[in-house]
Design a protein around this ligand. Structure first.
Ligand code: HEC
Length: 727
């Protein structure tokens, strides 16, 4: 908006181009002298895509420039890879993989968690691996990790509660790794493995012979602790553990009630990590402690919940930490690895990191000390009304950059598609508890702005090291948190699918459809004998997508599909898949409307557009370069009005060709913008939602772009599609 892009000459000690040409030269030298031992180009030259999000620094940057501003309009689809692994009549959930490319081979997971090696030029399958041996599988999985040592080349990935190592050339599990090629992840956490689940969704990161790995755990009262662990890639042995919920004697122990380390869970790294290879430091953004919305059993600041922790990669020793939310009550997980950046400040070049958030704050911290490069104030925030809860009295507010998502709204921001719709919203809005960003969840329903799916998601940011500009896509989708104080299932595990489904139903569905499935006429339909009316797939789709006044439950549905169907279709005889006897219940306040968006009676957005934005911020100054709506809902705007923006999931890629590539939006487009000014230069429909981060790479002189596209009627398994210029 205001600033010009500063040229890199102003502040980079040597130009990246020189650096790249030096690398090219040494590569040639290397080729000439010891052909057999040559390594692939180092990620620092930004020409390869061998790591999730492009490189270990999570820049999402590529120095490739064959595709550029002048010719991007000529991009053509060159291949499609359809894994065709969805079970009959099923549509797999969101396909969020960011593939990696090593030596002309693309490695990707599918939405069903199979792993594929694909010829990156032709899109032909080379091998595939099914970790479930034909059984059901799937859920969110964002990709794999590559490691090599001389001739030993491995693909590391997680599926279910296991870490696997495969031979990268054959796809066959490595015998000597763990137990026949895999390591169970629910062990070694100081909990009964049957009482917790640990299912990483993002790939781990490699440091020398270590795979450093976080996890996704339950969001409920019974969550496993979010330990970060490093495994020996040769053997699968556990090498170190960092306790994100500190044990006695460890830093942060006194920010929890005594003994909480034995029962508290969460504070997990589910979004992936960044690595500074030179310093031997790994940076892990952490999620909320569990239960997400109520912390009576975890009073205190709750380190290292919602913190960025900097660890020695070789040992797991804590170097520094920075907590972005104290005693989280909003599910404001740190959602993506920080971008490792270098910026100019007061004439000095500073290695830093930029951490995206769901709150819309960008934290820019010195990489060595964790100190913020811009001023931060601890400001008083509202207290909780729920018995037993003690919201932390202050929260850290960065004064720069300005937040990239709306953190507050007034009645003037409410939509008015019809007068009745507006009235419906006004009435709700006036009843909500809302005193700004950190208003605690309440029994009278709290409005959460931006909400747990506002701001940034797992796609994170792209950072251009040539200019010091960071690119952030962001959501504007406030949510409602209505707390009830009553019985809360301790776990969905144990017992039969029917019983687990019943508990799931009581938590998420009974408020509208009634305890006895009878519904509430006329608004909420009865679900009795639903099996006569709808197929299982239709029901799952309805739960995932919502309809009219029914909110979408896609995120809570994941992993509970079988049980909710068992309950709704009255499949009582079904055996338990997990024979744990644990059916303990625990009383506790519960957010009955978790994840539900604030919408009008016709399920249209409650707040005026934009509903999604794309932002460019110069991190040398903290000032915005530009900000535009990302995505569009033409059906919800006046003809000729600006695009509305849309909810978006997945990250962007910025290139030396002057482009910013991003899919992510609900309108299912894949786009390229001019990185200097946000001008739209290319867009194409993706035959499904391109809710993933693209990858770019060059083979035999041709630059490619590839993006994962979620399930559609045409491709129920989701698919990968590749683009290049035609010659
Ligand atoms: C906030 C209220 C609300 C909640 C909570 C809710 N629903 Fe609904 N549900 C509705 C409404 C309203 C409809 C009717 C939508 C329409 O007009 O098609 C509906 C429709 C349905 C339908 C289709 C029924 C039919 O006959 O067409 C199914 C199935 C369903 N809901 C299942 C669930 C399940 C399972 C849950 C819990 C995960 C759930 N709902 C939670 C409000 C809700």
């Amino acid at each position: 908006m205001t600033n010009r892009v500063p040229t890199w000459q102003r502040y980079l000690p040597i130009s990246l181009r020189q650096a790249v040409s030096i690398n090219r030269f040494s590569l040639l030298l290397c080729l000439g002298i010891i052909l057999a031992n040559c390594k692939p180009p180092s990620p620092e030259d930004y020409r390869s895509w061998t790591v999730y999000r492009g490189d270990a620094a999570s820049t999402g940057y590529s120095s490739l420039d064959q595709i550029n501003r002048e010719n991007v309009a000529d991009l053509k689809q060159v291949w499609i890879f359809d894994p065709q692994d969805a079970p009959d009549n099923a549509r797999l959930p969101k396909y969020e993989c960011n593939p990696i490319i090593v030596d002309k081979v693309l490695y990707a997971t599918s939405a069903r968690h199979h792993v594929y090696a694909i010829d990156a030029v032709s899109g032909e399958k080379i091998w595939s691996f099914d970790p479930f041996n034909g059984e059901k599988g799937g859920g969110i999985k964002r990709g794999v990790t590559y490691w090599e040592q001389e001739d030993d080349r491995r693909i590391l990935f997680t599926a279910g509660e296991y870490l696997y190592a495969l031979n990268a050339d054959s796809g066959i599990p490595i015998e000597g790794f763990g137990q026949a090629g895999r390591v169970p992840l629910d062990e070694g956490l100081g909990r009964d493995p049957d009482s917790v689940w640990v299912i990483p969704t993002s790939p781990g990161i490699v440091y020398e012979n270590l795979l450093i790995l976080g996890s996704e755990v339950s969001e409920l009262y019974d969550a496993a602790p979010g330990d970060i662990r490093a495994f020996n890639i040769l053997t699968g042995e556990l090498v170190w553990t960092f306790h994100t919920i500190p044990h006695p004697g460890e830093t942060g122990y006194d920010t929890w009630p005594d003994g909480a380390w034995k029962y508290a869970g969460g504070a997990n790294n589910w979004g992936g990590m960044s690595l500074d290879n030179k310093r031997g430091m790994v940076f892990a953004p952490l999620g909320s402690p569990s239960y997400d919305y109520y912390g009576e059993n975890r009073l205190g600041m709750n380190l290292f919940g919602n913190s960025i922790v900097a660890l020695e990669a070789a040992t797991g020793k804590l170097v520094w930490y920075f907590q972005t939310v104290h005693h989280d009550l909003w599910d404001y997980d740190l959602p993506a690895p920080p971008s490792l950046i270098t910026v100019q400040k007061d004439g000095k070049s500073i290695d830093a990191l930029a951490q995206t958030t769901k709150s819309g704050f960008l934290f820019v911290l010195d990489r060595e000390t964790g100190e913020s490069l811009f001023p931060i104030e601890e400001r008083p925030v509202p207290s909780s009304h729920i018995p037993g809860e003690e919201a932390w009295p202050t929260q850290p507010i960065p004064l720069k950059p300005r937040p990239y998502a709306r953190q507050s709204i007034t009645e003037n921001d409410l939509t008015a598609f019809t007068p009745e719709d507006h009235q419906f919203l006004l009435q709700q809005f006036r009843e909500f508890r809302f005193q700004g960003l950190y208003t605690p969840p309440d029994t009278s329903a709290t409005l959460m702005v931006p909400g747990s799916r506002g701001g940034s998601e797992w796609g994170g940011a792209a950072f251009d090291p040539e200019t010091g500009v960071i690119y952030l896509n962001s959501n504007e989708s406030p949510e409602i948190a209505r707390m009830i104080i009553g019985e809360q299932p301790r776990s969905y595990r144990g017992s039969t699918p029917y019983q687990r489904g019943k508990r799931f139903y009581q938590n998420y569905c009974a408020a509208c459809h009634g305890d006895d499935l009878a519904g509430m006429q006329p608004d909420f339909p009865s679900l009795k004998s639903i099996k006569e009316r709808m197929s299982k797939e239709q029901v799952l789709q309805r739960i995932a997508n919502g309809a009219n006044k029914m909110p979408a439950f896609s995120s809570v549905l994941q992993g509970n599909e079988e049980e909710i169907i068992a309950f709704l279709f009255d499949l009582k005889e079904q055996e338990s898949i997990e024979n744990s006897e644990q059916t303990k219940k625990e009383s506790g306040p519960f957010n009955i409307t978790a994840y539900s968006h604030f919408r009008d009676a016709s399920r249209r957005p409650a707040i005026k557009p934009p509903w999604g934005t794309l932002n460019a911020i110069d991190l040398n100054t903290g000032d915005y370069l530009w900000r535009i709506p990302l995505g569009d809902h033409p059906e919800l705007r006046q003809p000729g009005a600006a695009p509305t923006g849309s909810e978006n999931y997945g990250g962007s890629v910025v290139t030396a060709g002057g482009l910013l590539f991003i899919g992510a939006t609900r309108d299912q487009m894949f786009r390229a913008f001019d990185k200097e000014n946000g001008e739209l230069l290319w867009e194409v429909e993706a035959d499904g939602g391109a809710y993933a981060t693209p990858a770019t790479f060059q083979i035999d002189g041709v630059q490619y772009l590839v993006i994962a596209v979620s399930a559609s009627d045409q491709y129920p398994s989701g698919h990968l599609r590749a683009y290049a210029l035609e010659d």
